[in-house]
Design a protein around this ligand. Structure first.
Ligand SMILES: C[S@@+](CC[C@H](N)C(=O)[O-])C[C@H]1O[C@@H](n2cnc3c(N)ncnc32)[C@H](O)[C@@H]1O
Length: 283
C-alpha cells in the first residue's frame, strides 16, 4: 500500500504524463484523482498536504494511461454534448467533431420534431440519443453490424430515458431496413486501410477496427449507404454524414453516381470539411 500527499501525487502524475507526451497532463491528472478519491482541483489547491489512503488503484490506471490507453476507455465513459455515454470494446469513443453533425441536424428542422430518424452505424448511440433528447416527439432506429455496440447503445438509451422511442437493428448499412425516414445520419468508418497503421496508438489500439476501417480508399461505407439512401429517405428527407479529412470531392463524385447530391458542407473546429448534407435529388 502506498500512502502519499495530494499535491505530491498530482505533480507526479503530471510529470509522468508530460514525459509520455500526453497532451493535457494537468487535466487528466485531475480526472484520475477525481475518479479515485472524489477530490476536485479546488481541494488539491486548498489541501495539498492531505494524505491519500491508498493510491494503488490510481497507479494501475496511470500505468494503463501511460501505455497509450485513453482515459475515457479506462473510465469506461465519454461525455458527448453534455451527456455521459458508456463505452464498450465494440464502440467507437465518440469524438467532439460528431457534435457538429448533431447540432446541424437540430438546426435543419427549425425546432420541429421529425417523425422518424435513422442512424447507420450507431456505436454508443450518441447521435440518435442526443437527437431524441431534444426531439421528444420523434422515433429513431439505430443500426450497427456489431451486436456488442447495439447492446451498449441500448443501455445508453435506457440511461438517457429515450429507450421507448429508439429501436435497434443489427444491419449491414441499408440492408433489411424498412420504411422511410425524415432524417438519415451516419458517421461511418472512413479511414483508408493504409492509414490505420499510422493512427495514434490511442485510436489504433483501442477503437474497434470496424469503427475505423473504410476499406482501401476510405469510401467503401459511403458507397453502400448512398446506394440505399433514396429508398431510405422520404422525398423531402435530409441526410447528414460525417466525412474524413480531404474526402469532400470523392464524396461528391460518389453521390453523383447514385443520383443524390451534396447540398451543403460544414467544417470542424480545425476548419476541415467534416459534415455533408445530402438530399435525395427528388426535390
Ligand atoms: C466511426 S463509428 C461511429 C459510431 C458512432 N455513430 C459515433 O459517431 O460515435 C462507425 C460505426 O459503424 C459500424 N459499422 C461498421 N461497419 C458497418 C456495417 N457494414 N453496417 C453497419 N454498421 C457498421 C461500426 O461498428 C461503428 O459502430
Amino acid at each position: 500500500m502506498t500512502i502519499m500527499q495530494l499535491a505530491e501525487i498530482y505533480q507526479q502524475i503530471i510529470q509522468k504524463m508530460t514525459e509520455a507526451g500526453i497532451e493535457s497532463p494537468a487535466l487528466e491528472a485531475r480526472r484520475l484523482i477525481k475518479r479515485h478519491f472524489n477530490i476536485d482541483w479546488a481541494e488539491i489547491v486548498a489541501s495539498p498536504a492531505k494524505t491519500l489512503p491508498d493510491t494503488t488503484a490510481l497507479e494501475n490506471d496511470l500505468r494503463r494511461r501511460l501505455s497509450g490507453e485513453p482515459l475515457s476507455r479506462i473510465e469506461g465513459v465519454r461525455e458527448f454534448r453534455g451527456l455521459e455515454f458508456t463505452l464498450g470494446p465494440d464502440t467507437l469513443d465518440p469524438r467532439p467533431e460528431t457534435e457538429i453533425l448533431v447540432d446541424w441536424a437540430l438546426e435543419l428542422f427549425h425546432g420541429k420534431h421529425p417523425e422518424r430518424i435513422l442512424d447507420l452505424g450507431t456505436g454508443t448511440g450518441c447521435i440518435p440519443i442526443c437527437l431524441l433528447k431534444e426531439w421528444q416527439a420523434t422515433r429513431g432506429l439505430a443500426t450497427d453490424i456489431a451486436p456488442g455496440a447495439l447492446e451498449i447503445a441500448r443501455r445508453n438509451a435506457e440511461t438517457h430515458k429515450v429507450a421507448d422511442r429508439l429501436d435497434f437493428q443489427l444491419a449491414d448499412w441499408g440492408q433489411g431496413i424498412e420504411g422511410r425516414f425524415d432524417l438519415v445520419v451516419s458517421n461511418p468508418p472512413y479511414i483508408p486501410e493504409s492509414g490505420i497503421g499510422i493512427l495514434q496508438k490511442e485510436v489504433r489500439n483501442h477503437d474497434p477496427i470496424l469503427a475505423l476501417d473504410g476499406g482501401f480508399d476510405g469510401l467503401q461505407a459511403y458507397g453502400k449507404i448512398f446506394s440505399a439512401l433514396s429508398r431510405l429517405l422520404k422525398p423531402a428527407g435530409k441526410a447528414l454524414f460525417e466525412i474524413g479529412a480531404g474526402q469532400e470531392a470523392d464524396i461528391e463524385r460518389l453521390a453523383g453516381k447514385y443520383r443524390i447530391r451534396i447540398e451543403a458542407v460544414r467544417p470542424d473546429y480545425a476548419g476541415i470539411t467534416r459534415v455533408v448534407e445530402i438530399s435525395n435529388g427528388d426535390k
